[in-house]
Ligand binder design. Structure first.
Ligand SMILES: O=C(O)CCC(=O)C(=O)O
Length: 264
């Protein structure tokens, strides 16, 4: 895969995390250190084509149904070598983007070999059956499970060689440990939903917001297979609305023991 060097290069002029770049605390203009590229498909045709790739779409379709769209939440997660700050705390994607039903799947594609040593994805098998754990602390959404009843002891490591992919359900509890190895760990994350799963927070647009108006054109522009639908399928499931966001909303910035156990 060709790396979007021109996109990354732009991070040199950025001093704070923004809608595109999540910066590591060590980031400087001379030595950029990025933790995440947000909504990269809006900035790079290569990534947009990847999200629409027929093979990926076909597998997603086998899992969630014949008509699917992607959610504008795609990203490249990057764990620099020997970086304590690259923990992704335990969470369920469903807490971030509730829909009218849970026919949603996340695909993670390894750009580098993803191993225990460099902080590969970890998932809790069976957690897709629920419950939805609380991601709130002191009345604010903190992007991490805070529920003291949550027990990560059955989590498994998902080691994937470069170019390989793993798929997990939107309710699956997952996270990842810091990269303590000497090699970087980069991974693409895409989210697909059935077109009859309507987002409760609106249809996010190309400008990347997690909440947006219900806009038919936006909705259709993210369809990758089958038919769009204006008849949401409803399923009785626990949901939460992820507001108010804790200031500095980002999954990495809560990687501190005061929030919850972290992936080891
Ligand atoms: O990068 C990882 O290890 C996990 C990514 C993830 O779960 C997320 O970004 O929501």
């Amino acid at each position: 895969m060709i790396w979007p060097i021109s996109v990354c290069y732009r991070s040199r002029s950025v001093e704070r995390t923004n809608n595109l770049f999540v910066l590591d605390a060590l980031h400087t203009p001379d030595e950029p250190v990025l933790l995440r590229l947000r909504c990269i498909s809006n900035h790079s045709k290569l990534f947009h084509d990847t999200i629409c790739h027929p093979k990926l779409v076909e597998i997603a379709s086998e899992l969630i149904g014949p008509s699917i769209r992607y959610i504008n939440q795609d990203k490249v997660n990057m764990k620099p070598p020997q970086s304590e700050s690259s923990v992704v705390t335990w969470h369920q994607d469903w807490a971030f983007f509730p829909h009218t039903n849970d026919s949603l799947v996340t695909v993670c594609i390894a750009i580098d070999d993803s191993t225990r040593e460099n902080g590969c994805l970890q998932v809790v098998p069976g957690s897709h059956k629920g419950p939805l754990y609380s991601h709130f602390k002191d009345g604010a959404f903190v992007s991490a499970i805070t529920d003291p009843a949550f027990d990560p002891s059955t989590a498994v490591h998902v080691e994937v060689t470069a170019g390989g992919a793993s798929f997990h359900h939107v309710l699956t509890v997952h996270g990842s440990a810091p990269n303590l190895s000497r090699h970087s760990r980069r991974m693409l994350c895409f989210n697909y939903s059935s077109t009859d799963a309507w987002p409760l927070l609106g249809v996010a647009g190309h400008e990347f917001t997690s909440h947006g108006p219900v806009d038919w054109e936006r909705y259709c522009s993210t369809a990758v297979k089958g038919k769009a639908s204006v008849f949401p399928r409803m399923k009785a499931l626990p949901v939460c609305i992820p507001i108010p966001l804790d200031s500095g909303f980002d999954i990495y910035q809560h990687a501190k023991p005061s929030v919850v156990n972290q992936p080891q």
